[in-house]
Write a protein that binds this ligand. Structure first.
Ligand SMILES: Cc1cc2nc3c(=O)[nH]c(=O)nc-3n(C[C@H](O)[C@H](O)[C@H](O)COP(=O)(O)O)c2cc1C
Length: 235
């Protein structure tokens, strides 16, 4: 479990098997797909935290993902300066790669590109369906399908509500193929006060799934002296 002993968390083909994920601080490569579902704040926060921790990030954004980035976060073009303005100036070259969604010849479309996991955050129902049926013809869905076939971690943060049976079946298909379905679905037991707290709850969960160290306030802790009326064993 020590930092140096990390090996890529391998998806040993779904069906209820638990992936072994250990937390480690060694810089690694990740892929992020942003599709046209609501939740630009999640992806921007995720990007910043990964890059701040020295990881390499390969980003691909669908056309509607670009629209959502603009509508929800005012991001007009895709660059380090617009996506992670707080850290862009100090970002070394070779840390953030932005791939055009049309370019299915980009490195992340190849199984020979070694990475430690891909996250689709947020994931639209359209991209969910394309991944589940293997019908995707853009880089985002191609990279996700390659991640699955190579048995690397694929974290799918689908956002929609309510869910149609089609969405539910697509999630089942992807989960059986080895993906982790991690819909942005905040808990309120930490008493969030700000939107940022709610965003961090989901982003922290995704980082946990990838074994990336973080210090976001996301964990339930029992404190001595808590006297919840329904506490098991409580007075
Ligand atoms: C403002 C806006 C918000 C949207 N929010 C969602 C959403 O939360 N979930 C979803 O599945 N689709 C949402 N959509 C619809 C998708 O963007 C649309 O289905 C699109 O084709 C998705 O394509 P993509 O997966 O390639 O990005 C939204 C569209 C717009 C314009």
């Amino acid at each position: 479990m020590c930092a140096g002993s990390w090996r890529p968390a391998v998806n040993r083909a779904g069906r209820g098997e638990r992936r072994e994920v250990t937390v480690n601080a060694t810089p690694r490569k990740f892929v992020l797909g942003i599709s046209g579902a609501s939740g630009a704040a999640y992806s921007l926060r995720f990007m910043r935290l990964l890059l701040e921790r020295g990881h390499e990030l390969h980003l691909v954004v669908s056309d509607y993902g670009r629209r959502l980035l603009f509508d929800e976060a005012g991001v007009r073009e895709l660059s380090a300066e617009t996506l992670v303005p707080e850290i862009a100036a100090g970002l070394p070259s070779g840390r953030l790669f932005i791939h055009p969604n049309k370019d299915v010849g980009a490195v992340i479309a190849s199984g020979s590109f070694l990475h430690s996991g891909m996250v689709v955050l947020p994931c639209s129902s359209a991209s969910l369906g394309a991944m589940a049926t293997g019908s995707g013809s853009n880089l985002l869905t191609r990279a996700a399908m390659v991640t699955l076939k190579e048995r690397r971690p694929l974290i799918v943060c689908h956002r929609e509500m309510p869910l149609s049976l089609i969405d539910i079946r697509n999630m089942e298909t992807l989960a059986l193929a080895g993906a982790t379905i991690c819909s942005p679905n905040p808990g309120f037991y930490l008493n969030p006060k700000r939107v940022e707290d709610i965003v961090d709850f989901t982003v922290g969960k995704v980082l946990d799934l990838l074994g990336v160290e973080h210090d976001l306030r996301t964990r339930w802790e029992h404190h001595e002296g808590d006297h919840s009326p329904n506490r098991v064993g409580g007075e």
